[in-house]
Design a binder for this molecule. Structure first.
Ligand code: OSB
Ligand code: MG
Length: 369
C-alpha cells in the first residue's frame, strides 16, 4: 500500500458528565486521531490513551512522541510493502506502546478496507447486524445519584449495567442497585486494580448479588493473585488491564486467573490481535465482551464491528454516543432496542463531520511519507 501522508490530530471533546473510576476522573475526552491518506482512500483511527498514565503506562503525549519518532519511521521504511497485516511485525522491536501501535494499524486497516470496499465487520468476521449495549457507570458522589443514573440508563434500554467500584464504593452500591432494580438486570462491577488479595473476604461480600463478573479487581501484573482470588469468591473474574496480548489471554486462562475477558483492541495492539484473543477464548469456552475507552464515533465504529464476532456473548461497554458526547465526531451511534447497529460501509463505515472535527481540534501535525 502506498501511503502519502499521516496526520496526527489532537482533539478534545467535552463529556456530558465527568467519568470517575478508581484511578481518576475525566470531564473531557482528549485523544489523537490518526488519518492515513493513500492515493485512493483515507483511513481513520483514534488513540485510546488518556492524558495521564493512570489506566495503563500509556499516555497521550508519550503516544504522540513514540508514534512520530519510533513507530512511523519503521512503517515508512517498508515502502509500498506496508499492509495492515504487516504493521505489528514491523513495530514489534519497539517494546510496549500497544495503544500507539493499535491506532496506526487500525488507520492503515481502515484505508486498506476502504480501497477494497470491505467493512470492518465483514473483515473481522462479524456474525450479527447489531450488538447489545451495556453501560459503564462511573463512581458518583452519592447513592441517590447512582440510583437515578442507573434508572435512566435502564429506561433508555441498556441491556447491562457495569458499576465502577473502589474501596468505600463497592458492596453498598451493588446492594442498592440490586434491591432497586431487581434480580433480572445484568449487573457487573469494574475495580480497575483497586484491591489486593488481602481484600478477598471483603470482595466475597459481593457474592450474594449474582454479578455477571468482577473486572480487574487486582493489579494488572497479579495473574496468580487473580487465580487465588477466583478460589475465594463466587463472582466470576474478568480481566481487562492484565490482558495485553493473545499470549497473556492463553496464560491467564490456563492459570485459572479469569473466566471472562474484556477485549479492548487498543490495549492489545489492534483489532487483529483482539480477534486472536477472541479465538483463543472461544477455543477454551471463555466468553468475551468488548470494552471501551470512551471512544468517539471513530473508535466506536470499529469496536462495534468487533463485538459482532460469535464469542462476544456478553453486552459490551459499547454505549450510544449520547452516553458520552452531546456532539460526536460522526453521526451518533444510537440505541435501537438496547443495541447498536454495526456499520456496513467500507472500512469503519462512518463519515467524520468536518465542521465538528474542526471545532474540537486543538492541533494538527502532518507527516509526509
Ligand atoms: O476499565 O473499562 C475500563 C473507561 C476508561 C478507561 C478504562 C475503562 C473505562 C470504562 C468505560 O469502563 C468504557 C466505555 O464506556 O467506553
Ligand atoms: Mg475495565
Amino acid at each position: 500500500m502506498k501511503i502519502q501522508t499521516i496526520e496526527l490530530r489532537r482533539v478534545a471533546l467535552p463529556l456530558v458528565s465527568p467519568f470517575r473510576t478508581s484511578f481518576g476522573s475525566v470531564s473531557e475526552r482528549e485523544t489523537i486521531l490518526v488519518r492515513v491518506a493513500t492515493p485512493d482512500a483515507e483511513g481513520w483511527a483514534e488513540h485510546a490513551a488518556e492524558p495521564g498514565p493512570l489506566y495503563s503506562s500509556e499516555f497521550l503525549d508519550g503516544g504522540e512522541l513514540v508514534i512520530r519518532d519510533h513507530l512511523l519511521p519503521r512503517l515508512e521504511a517498508m515502502g509500498e510493502d506496508l499492509t495492515a497485516e504487516r504493521v505489528a511485525t514491523a513495530l514489534a522491536p519497539v517494546k510496549g506502546h500497544a495503544m500507539s501501535k493499535a491506532v496506526l494499524e487500525t488507520a492503515i486497516l481502515d484505508a486498506q478496507l476502504k480501497e477494497t470496499g470491505v467493512s470492518f465487520g465483514q473483515h473481522l468476521g462479524a456474525v450479527r447486524e447489531s450488538v447489545p449495549a451495556g453501560v459503564s457507570v462511573g463512581i458518583l458522589d452519592s447513592l441517590d445519584e447512582l440510583v437515578n443514573a442507573v434508572g435512566e440508563y435502564l429506561a433508555q434500554g441498556y441491556r447491562r449495567i457495569k458499576l465502577k467500584i473502589e474501596p468505600g464504593w463497592d458492596v453498598a452500591p451493588v446492594r442498592l442497585v440490586r434491591e432497586t432494580f431487581g434480580d433480572d438486570i445484568l449487573l457487573q462491577v469494574d475495580a480497575n486494580t483497586a484491591y489486593t488479595l488481602a481484600d478477598a473476604r471483603h470482595l466475597a461480600q459481593l457474592d450474594p448479588y449474582d454479578l455477571l463478573l468482577i473486572e480487574q479487581p487486582l493489579s494488572e501484573d497479579d495473574i496468580l493473585g487473580h487465580a487465588a482470588l477466583a478460589a475465594l469468591i463466587r463472582t466470576p473474574i474478568c480481566l481487562d488491564e492484565s490482558i495485553e496480548s493473545a499470549r497473556d489471554a492463553a496464560a491467564a486462562i490456563a492459570l485459572g486467573a479469569c473466566s471472562v475477558i474484556n477485549v479492548k483492541p487498543a490495549r492489545v495492539g489492534g483489532y487483529l490481535e483482539a480477534r486472536r484473543i477472541h479465538d483463543i477464548a472461544a477455543a477454551n469456552g471463555v466468553p468475551v465482551w468488548c470494552g471501551g475507552m470512551l471512544e468517539t464515533g471513530i473508535g466506536r465504529a470499529a469496536n462495534v464491528a468487533l463485538a459482532g464476532l460469535p464469542n462476544f456473548v456478553l453486552p459490551g461497554d459499547t454505549s450510544a454516543s449520547d452516553r458520552y458526547y452531546a456532539q460526536d465526531l460522526t453521526a451518533p451511534f444510537v440505541l435501537e432496542d438496547g443495541a447498536l447497529r454495526i456499520p456496513t460501509g467500507p472500512g469503519i463505515g462512518v463519515e467524520i463531520l468536518d465542521d465538528v472535527l474542526t471545532e474540537f481540534t486543538t492541533s494538527v501535525e502532518t507527516i509526509r511519507f
